[in-house]
Design a protein around this ligand. Structure first.
Ligand SMILES: Cc1cc2nc3c(=O)[nH]c(=O)nc-3n(C[C@H](O)[C@H](O)[C@H](O)COP(=O)(O)OP(=O)(O)OC[C@H]3O[C@@H](n4cnc5c(N)ncnc54)[C@H](O)[C@@H]3O)c2cc1C
Length: 597
């Protein structure tokens, strides 16, 4: 074992030899850093290479949805994320206005903060939506991954790879020295963002187009609490001349830290020369959107980026997988990018762990694409539609025909008039505001991910027809492929979420007292397949009690039946009752899930 300068005798490979790892991850963004954290938590040897010297240097993603928060909870880092996040109750009122100091056109309760929606969100998950800027989140992910075993190499660029029957040789460049070297991995994850070179190298098939609109980010510091503290929100949408050009629908003033750090997103015409955004230009845009012509602002950064509408139809080739923006590229509308990237990795990491340990057949890995490609398509379509639907605001306010600022102001003013035109405008605004629920309260898009693949054993049933709009509302179910429904269970002293009973490092069979016979069956099947598989019996007198009798109402099976929960909290299989041969039934299901049929 080599001894290094610092006296440590860990199993580090001397620089001159080929570096080896089980899973090499390219990228330390939300997709890559969470893949590393998940793999390290499962004890899988992994390494991250990332091009720059540190994590994200701009806020970018911020809305962190319930599903992502659940993953952090599962990884034991929920508290760390909450400590750096703006809490749920401050993310509430999304405001539409002519400027921060100017007129308000309307507000909408967002991210599940409407009193009528709060219940939907609380009933669906133990976690609520919070706001944590990407430059605060990534260090938490990378730190915890590295503490748990990830080898993290900054300033290291992926150049190319070659795969063979047993692994992947990746050529990497150390950007400090210029030295190129090979990393030999059993599997490679390309989490290298919207311009993914890994995805290009494996020739993933895409649908859609890149750079369909241009946006600029301006980060700045200015204390504007006086104008926003009484209507706390993370998003203030500004309708001003030019706000409908390119970009994400309208001008945006976004809170980074309450209430003195901000990010402005403003559009530009991508078919023209990219604008030069120097300090003077940035300050002018900030002052215009704030509606405060003399305010002192400190510009902390500017950048240009393209809005995309593109998703991969297949996500992997051989031993190489792509995750995150590499496979779904879309505007930030609905706040889905980072969240979905983290969820991609959550889907993939446990499968890699089982295959690497020889507990599952390699075909289990094929289910990654089968399960996540439909999600990629859905979110890309939703985000772009939400961005386009902003046009309805401009339309109902009569701004599409306004050619001068004066005309625009007059058109917005008209909504106050006691005239038929004013009344029509007010009525149309109600509908336009309502439509934005599809961007800001799309609970069904956030949580309603349903999987169909060989790792889901159908019982012939299909999801109940949605009683409400499937984008806005999430319906819980235990039909195989669904996400495990949430309920609070526990005992006299503790309240536990259903998801906590099914940790990421094992399969879990959940049953009731009449299904106690499953327990010995589970032990036998676990032993036979050599996999981590536990049983939870829920009922009075058991370790876990159905505290509110909610689980009994949600489980959609008899008390003697069982649901088999995968590590990623999707239902892999269920049995409505205790069958005559429960061992045979579970064995057959397990065989299919592990690809050993
Ligand atoms: C203004 C804005 C607001 C947003 N708001 C939200 C939001 O509220 N909620 C949300 O969920 N999402 C939001 N997003 C989207 C979110 O930022 C992205 O979806 C997310 O960053 C994608 O994560 P990723 O890990 O796939 O890729 P990235 O974050 O792009 O990370 C890519 C990584 O790959 C590395 N890399 C690239 N090429 C190489 C190479 N050749 N070699 C080595 N390393 C390489 C990079 O250094 C980086 O570490 C927003 C985006 C923007 C622009």
């Amino acid at each position: 074992m080599p001894v290094f300068d610092d006296g440590q005798t860990e199993t580090r490979t001397p620089v001159s030899s080929v570096v080896e790892t089980d899973v090499l991850i390219v990228g330390s963004g939300p997709a890559g850093a969470s893949a590393a954290l998940l793999l390290s938590t499962l004890g899988v040897d992994n390494m991250v290479i990332t091009k720059y010297r540190w994590t994200a240097n701009t806020p970018r993603a911020h809305i962190t949805n319930q599903r992502a928060m659940e993953i952090f909870r599962d990884m034991g880092i929920e508290d760390q994320v909450l400590a750096d996040a703006t809490p749920h109750h401050l993310v509430g009122d999304t405001v539409f206005c002519t400027s921060i100091a100017g007129e308000e056109i309307g507000r909408i309760h967002t991210w599940g903060t409407h009193p009528a929606r709060e219940a939907d969100y609380q009933l669906a998950s133990p976690c609520l939506v919070v706001d944590i800027p990407q430059n605060y989140l990534e260090p938490i992910l990378v730190k915890n991954a590295t503490v748990r075993g990830t080898q993290t190499r900054f300033s290291t660029e992926y150049l190319s790879h070659v795969q063979d029957a047993d692994g992947v040789d990746v050529l990497a460049r150390d950007r400090l020295t210029g030295a190129e070297y090979t990393i030999r991995a059993k599997y490679l994850i390309g989490a290298d963002g919207a311009r993914s070179k890994v995805a290009a190298d494996i020739g993933l098939p895409y649908e859609g187009a890149m750079d369909i609109a241009g946006s600029m980010n301006i980060t700045f510091k200015a204390d504007i609490e006086r104008y926003v503290g009484h209507r706390p929100s993370v998003l203030y949408w500004v309708i001003q001349p030019g706000a409908n050009v390119g970009g994400i629908g309208a001008g945006l003033v976004r809170m980074v830290r309450p209430w003195n750090e901000w990010l402005i997103v403003w559009g530009y015409d991508i078919n023209e020369e990219p604008p030069a955004v120097d300090e003077a230009a940035a300050t002018q845009i900030v002052r215009d959107l704030l509606g405060m012509p003399d305010i002192d602002v400190e510009i902390t950064g500017t950048s240009l980026w393209g809005n995309n509408e593109m998703y991969a139809k297949h996500l992997q080739k051989g031993r190489v997988f792509c995750a995150g923006d590499a496979i779904h590229r879309h505007p930030p509308s609905n706040g889905l990018g980072s969240n979905t990237s983290i969820q991609d990795s959550y889907n993939l990491a446990w499968k890699l762990a089982l295959v690497l340990r020889g507990q599952a057949d390699r075909s289990l890995l094929d289910t990654y694409s089968a399960e996540r490609a439909p999600v990629a398509e859905r979110i890309v379509r939703r985000a772009n539609r939400s961005s386009r639907e902003f046009v309805q605001f401009f339309e109902v306010l009569g701004l599409l025909d306004a050619t001068t600022e004066a005309e625009m102001v007059a058109a917005i003013e008209e909504r106050k008039a006691n005239t038929p035109e004013g009344a029509a405008k007010r009525a149309a605004l109600v509908a336009a505001m309502e439509l934005k629920n599809y961007e800001f309260n799309a609970h069904g898009v956030d949580l309603g991910q349903f999987y169909r693949s060989a790792a889901i054993v159908s019982d012939g049933s299909s999801l109940p027809a949605p009683g409400r709009d499937a984008d806005l509302y999430y319906e819980m179910s235990t039909v195989p492929g669904s996400r495990l429904p949430h309920a609070w269970v526990g005992d006299t002293m503790h309240r536990t979420a259903m998801m906590d009973l099914a940790p990421y490092d094992r399969f879990t069979l959940v049953t009731g007292i009449a299904g106690e016979a499953w327990a010995s069956v589970v032990d036998k099947v676990a032993h036979e397949f050599g996999i981590p598989l536990g049983t939870v019996v829920i009922g009075p007198g058991q370790e876990v009690t159905d505290l509110y009798y909610d689980w009994a109402k949600l489980r959609e099976i008899d008390e003697s039946g069982a649901v088999l929960v995968r590590p990623d909290k999707h239902i892999a299989w269920r049995s409505v009752t205790l069958p005559e041969d429960p061992e045979g039934a579970l064995r057959t299901a397990m065989r299919q899930i592990l690809g050993k049929a």
